[in-house]
Design a protein around this ligand. Structure first.
Ligand code: FES
Length: 112
């Protein structure tokens, strides 16, 4: 019997899809980011891809949305980056950094 297939993952993006962020365009951003991940072969199930994207419930900064959270393994620890007012350029930059292992963008972060 075969089990679920595991795909190597460099990092995980969680984009809020709760009501306030959705009113601020997070639903459109989510669809656009999926299309970008697939087109650029960054999606975890594409050859060479390693980025996961999941819709998230409220991340607690509603009026500053769309909100994005990124988790990834860095050295012995887990790195997290919390973003407010995410736009498509930022999402692309975060996804590229996750894929390549580069530093995550500092702009829009509110956890620093
Ligand atoms: S609705 Fe997105 S952070 Fe609350």
């Amino acid at each position: 019997m075969s089990g679920p297939k595991f795909f190597v993952t460099n990092g995980h993006l969680l984009l809020c899809q709760a009501s306030t962020c959705t009113r601020l365009g997070a639903d459109v951003l989510y669809q656009a980011l999926w299309a970008y991940l697939e087109r650029e072969h960054l999606a975890y199930y594409k050859a060479g891809g390693s980025v996961r994207l999941t819709s998230s419930g409220c991340l607690g900064v509603c009026n500053y949305g769309p909100a994005l959270l990124c988790y990834r393994q860095q050295g012995p620890g887990l790195e997290q980056a919390w973003y407010a007012a995410a736009d498509f350029l930022l999402l692309r930059q975060v996804a590229q950094a996750v894929q390549t292992g580069a530093a995550l963008p500092r702009a829009h972060r509110y956890d620093l």
